[in-house]
Design a protein around this ligand. Structure first.
Ligand code: ADP
Ligand code: MG
Length: 381
């Protein structure tokens, strides 16, 4: 049974009726452009065919009764007291989205709901952004309001920044809300322009979950952001997006080793995104693969957000015939890597990488081909 069916069935079983609405928001995989979004830079993610769903029906009071399939739990809370710290941890993201909707003046009614999906949690595929966006989709549908997808994404970002307290950039929520089937999205994280770029017909995006739980990620993420701001300050630019390699080298002594390398990653990563887009358009998949490979090295050595497991799986992947290139994806310190693989080599690729990775690390990885999917949506049932 797929995740959508599980959610619908759980709703029927728990509440004894059919839901009125089913909202869906996909996870995302970032092909290239890592740790560039909060530097006003460029990213190239795709929404994927794994999503968080919420089935719901309105109630005539201000209570939300929410069932979580994946946490095997349920919680009832009032729309008037969304910041109650005694409520279960998994309700924080949904409550955050409801907080945002209230703040924006949408009088969302109480509802019965079931939430769950098939995005692996805390693996770099942005399940949290999917929860924020899916709850915003649901809340807007409950009050029959329509807003642009980009505004749903920005709502999700505000939830994550202000309600959860995670200073993430805009990429994850924009990919989840604005994805286009069979396309990656070139997002300019300053202008918020999002341009779909076709994924070549004969290439597959393979997600490789190292199954290494991310550690340290929140504190290190915040530290990287501070370092980028400090580097931008020393370079005299608003954000690292505005710096180039000549400026970087001129300021090398002033920046010191760490800030120099952090800035070098961001500056060269933005160039790699541009090179990737040009190569994708021209069908130059070898160039795309080289950019992916170089991105991994830069994240590993200059930005220092990789880990042994991500290095092992990316190296194994890069060495396979038919693999154009591979790299860690997402924030780092564990979670997933991504590879671009020739269609007819995918089976052999997975059959080679999975056991070799397990032998080297003792962890059983999960590898799957992902389809670039459409952004978030709601069905009236
Ligand atoms: P990710 O990289 O997947 O975004 P995060 O640590 O940012 O990882 O977010 C994971 C959190 O998002 C979970 O702890 C949970 O609170 C919420 N979440 C994700 N998926 C679901 C789900 N299917 N059901 C309920 N909550 C979810
Ligand atoms: Mg997240």
């Amino acid at each position: 049974m797929d995740a959508r069916e599980v959610i619908l069935n759980t709703f029927r079983k728990h509440f004894g009726t059919d839901p009125a609405l089913l909202a869906r928001a996909p996870g995302r995989v970032n092909l290239i452009g890592e740790h560039t979004d909060y530097n006003d830079g460029f990213v190239l993610p795709a929404a994927i065919n794994r999503a968080v769903y919420v089935a719901a029906s309105p109630r005539d009071d201000d209570m939300v009764e929410l069932v979580s399939v994946d946490f095997d739990d349920q919680s009832t809370f009032s729309l008037d007291v969304l910041d109650d710290p005694d409520l279960p941890g998994w309700t924080r993201y949904p409550r955050g989205a409801l907080w945002w909707l209230g703040k924006k003046g949408y009088a969302v009614p109480g509802f019965n709901g079931v939430i769950g999906g098939d995005i692996p949690l805390a693996s770099g595929l942005s399940s949290s952004a999917a929860v924020e966006v899916v709850m915003i989709e649901l809340g807007l549908a409950l009050v029959e309001a329509e807003i642009p997808q980009v505004d749903k994404a920005l709502g999700g970002v505000e939830v994550e920044n202000k309600f959860i307290g995670m200073p993430c950039g805009v990429m994850d929520q924009m990919a989840s809300a604005m994805g286009v089937e069979q396309h990656v999205l070139l997002i300019d994280c300053r202008s918020l322009d999002a341009r779909p770029i076709p994924v070549p017909d004969d290439a597959s995006i393979v997600i490789m979950n190292t199954m290494k739980k991310r550690g340290l990620v929140d504190s290190e993420y915040a530290r990287r952001r501070e370092q980028c701001e400090a580097a931008a300050g020393k370079l005299g630019v608003k954000a690292l997006r505005d710096a180039n390699t000549m400026m970087l080298d001129a300021a090398k002594d002033d920046l010191g080793d760490v800030l120099y390398r952090r800035a070098r990653h961001v500056i060269t990563e933005n160039l790699r995104v541009q090179a990737t887009v040009m190569a994708l358009k021209a069908g130059g998949l070898k160039t795309v693969g080289q950019a992916l490979h170089n991105s991994h090295i830069s994240l590993r050595d200059d930005y220092e957000v990789s880990c042994a497991e991500l290095d092992v799986i990316s190296e194994l992947a890069n060495a396979q015939p038919g693999c154009y290139g591979a790299r860690m994806t997402g924030g780092g310190f564990g979670g997933c890597a991504v590879a671009l693989v020739k269609d007819d080599a995918v089976e052999a690729f997975i059959a080679a990488v999975a056991p070799a990775y397990e032998e080297k690390t003792g962890l059983k990885p999960e590898l799957y081909v992902c389809q670039a999917a459409a952004g978030s949506s709601v069905e009236q049932l």
